[in-house]
Design a protein around this ligand. Sequence first.
Ligand SMILES: Cc1cc2nc3c(=O)[nH]c(=O)nc-3n(C[C@H](O)[C@H](O)[C@H](O)COP(=O)(O)O)c2cc1C
Length: 167
Amino acid sequence: MSFKEISPYSLPDNPFKMIGKDWMLLTAEFDGKVNTMTASWGGVGILWNKPVAFIFVRPTRHTYKFIENSDYMSISILPEKYRKELNLCGTVSGRDVDKIKECGFSVSREENAPYFEEADTVFICKKHYGQMLNAESFVDAGFDEKMYADKNYHKVYIVEIEKILKK
Ligand SMILES: Cc1cc2nc3c(=O)[nH]c(=O)nc-3n(C[C@H](O)[C@H](O)[C@H](O)COP(=O)(O)O)c2cc1C
């Protein structure tokens, strides 16, 4: 089945389920290579009068370098039958394994953002903003300690959703 472009206002999916339960694959290209990782923390909404997504990536991830060095990235949501592959992309690093090859995913591109043909929903995203989370900005130091005992803070990226592709 092929993709067709839809408006963010016509997205039929529940974003809480899509992000928190189905999970996302965050994918970017850098230096002629593509890397992807599973993510389940983030959101979608409106900011600066634009449809946006916000994603949270730890600098320790291999994918971090790819997102840092690219103006575009994609968010792919895959059907349930790819749960094994989503688990692999969320537990193994692209430093050690060519995860895309291992999963047998087919890479397509839009605006220099690589994405997967196996997805049923794809957000093509342009990076606008990135900021490290930090201890000082937590209102409740106890919550910070609970969530980041190891101080391995995420970087939040706010990306504009330029295109949504849906099967
Ligand atoms: C369900 C699930 C959700 C995850 N969500 C995130 C996330 O939102 N942010 C993050 O930095 N890592 C998240 N991870 C961890 C990365 O996917 C994992 O460390 C991955 O191996 C990184 O691959 P890379 O080193 O090739 O980038 C998640 C893992 C799983 C299994």
